[in-house]
Design a protein around this ligand. Structure first.
Ligand SMILES: Cc1cc2nc3c(=O)[nH]c(=O)nc-3n(C[C@H](O)[C@H](O)[C@H](O)COP(=O)(O)O)c2cc1C
Length: 243
């Protein structure tokens, strides 16, 4: 089902600028078969048509992946976001590539129709408050990235997008894995909570008796989807029979 994404010309933006071409050294990526559909937040009408945009459930979602451990969380989130139903953009920090290579030897699969943006490009739509995503999920979120967002650094696309999402009062969901925590990190959590972010630590639950690593991971991803407002059936809700 999944093919090699990298070097597929059809994945480039409709009007690419040189710095827009994402992912120098992105050998960590693989993608789905219909990745040919161009997309991104630039031209949602052209891409998806007005009917889709009118749906109340339609969201522009930016998934940011950093160099924290837990690339599988990012993978499972992407596996459960439907680019036919939502606009899905992806950005990687530099260290994300290192951790992905370590943790996902076969690479990270982008869903067909999702679009990757270059970390160094500020011409991506969501670098501006005028075209903010409805939600941004940083999964997994390193302490470095979390600290930089808490203190207003905005030097690359990932950090700028987080800044934009906070200032535009959109949903910013951070999924840190770090343990234990030092006081600096806890204070950064506090700053981000005060600024309106959601901190959703990658703390799996076990009351559903997960039998596989994926099921453990999904117990976290299910909560992320809940906070995005996206229907999920990864995890039965406590007190409810599975559908
Ligand atoms: C295999 C591996 C696992 C790591 N896990 C974490 C982690 O769980 N949390 C964290 O904050 N940093 C972790 N790091 C360190 C970050 O990658 C490092 O601090 C990096 O500067 C983060 O950069 P970024 O925030 O731009 O992704 C890990 C590094 C490696 C190589």
């Amino acid at each position: 089902m999944w093919g090699i994404l990298w070097q597929r010309s059809e994945l480039r933006p409709a009007r690419p600028s040189p710095e827009d071409r994402a992912g120098t050294g992105a050998a960590h990526l693989v993608a789905g078969p219909s990745a040919s559909r161009p997309g991104g937040f630039e031209s949602p009408v052209a891409r998806s048509g007005p009917a889709r945009q009118q749906r109340k459930t339609y969201l522009k979602i930016l998934v940011a992946i950093t160099g924290a451990s837990g690339a599988l969380y990012a993978q499972r989130l992407l596996d459960n976001l439907d680019p036919a139903a939502h606009e899905i953009a992806v950005v990687f920090s530099n260290y994300a590539r290192v951790v992905i290579q370590q943790e996902l030897p076969e690479g990270l699969r982008l869903p067909a129709g999702a679009r990757e943006y270059n970390l160094k490009s500020m011409s991506a739509p969501f670098a501006s408050g005028s075209n903010a995503p409805d939600a941004m999920v940083i999964i997994p979120c390193s302490m470095g990235t979390l600290g930089r967002i808490a203190h207003g650094y905005s030097e690359d696309l990932l950090l700028r997008a987080a800044d934009v999402v906070l200032k535009e009062k959109k949903r910013l969901i951070l999924v840190p894995r770090e343990t234990p925590l030092n006081l600096v990190q806890v204070k950064n959590f506090e700053l981000l909570l005060l600024a309106g972010a959601t901190i959703l630590p990658a703390n799996p639950s076990f009351y559903n008796r997960p039998q596989t690593v994926q099921a453990v991971v999904d117990s976290v991803v299910a909560r992320v989807l809940d906070h995005l407002g996206i229907k999920q059936q990864l995890l039965p809700r406590w007190g409810q029979e599975p559908e």
